[in-house]
Design a protein around this ligand. Structure first.
Ligand code: DX5
Ligand code: ZN
Length: 216
């Protein structure tokens, strides 16, 4: 699988959200990463399904990262109805991981499972999501420093899930860390501040994609 870059709109200018997304789309992005925070699982509040509604007609793949407690109770259905294509939940956020992954698929979406930096990978020996997300920062904020120990964790994750599952990394991805992640086995990289925090988001997208491809 060729590496893909999923720009996170968490660092975008929300006053010009569709224009910002248009910039990375013109640069070749096909996936947009939507970071949803509930003020409980992580301290900040971020965005709700209305943001997916506002972007869905652009025809991009909307990947929703639910950093929320008990996502199965309300958020999965709401985001699926708002146009999400992939929904990612955290292993730490629900005791009903297998149920929640099935629920996501029943709503016609790809099912992703995320683990925080301190969470062991053993859950991936028990359940088979379509996408495995290895957090490379503690979730909650954009612009944090990449946790270097994650590289070895990505290697172990690839050995567990095999070649066909998408391995995504999220947090601190830039032109320096992208190639390392891909070399370790990741094939989808989220980047927020390294794209939308830059003057030229399209150029930044290209640079990270090139750096990721060199790690291949
Ligand atoms: C962190 C979010 C990330 C974040 C990444 O809690 O899940 O998706 O937007 O931001 P950067 O790329 O700036 O680390
Ligand atoms: Zn995210």
């Amino acid at each position: 699988m060729k590496p893909e870059i999923a720009p996170s709109i968490l660092s975008a200018d929300f006053g010009h959200l569709r224009e910002q997304v248009g910039l990375v789309e013109a640069a070749g992005a096909t996936i947009i990463h939507v970071d949803v925070m509930d003020g409980h699982f992580v301290p900040p509040l971020s965005m709700g399904p209305q943001v997916c509604e506002a972007l869905r007609d652009l025809g991009l793949h909307l990947e929703v990262h639910l950093m929320v407690e008990r996502p199965e109770t309300t958020q999965v259905e709401a985001f699926a109805q708002a146009g999400a294509n992939t929904i990612i939940v955290h292993a730490e956020a629900t005791p009903a991981v297998d149920y929640t992954l099935n629920l996501i698929r029943e709503h016609g979406c790809s099912a992703g499972l995320a683990v925080n930096p301190a969470t062991p990978l053993s859950i991936f020996e028990e359940v088979s999501p379509d996408l495995a997300l290895c957090m490379t920062v503690n979730p909650g904020w954009g612009g944090q420093r990449f946790i270097a120990d994650s590289i070895e964790k990505i290697t172990r994750l690839r050995a567990i899930v095999g070649p066909d599952v998408v391995i995504e990394v999220d947090g601190g991805v830039d032109t320096k860390t992208a190639g390392l992640c891909v070399a370790a086995g990741a094939n989808r990289l989220v980047a927020g501040s390294a794209i939308f925090g830059q003057k030229d988001p399209a150029g930044a997208f290209h640079d990270i994609l090139n750096a990721a491809s060199r790690g291949n």
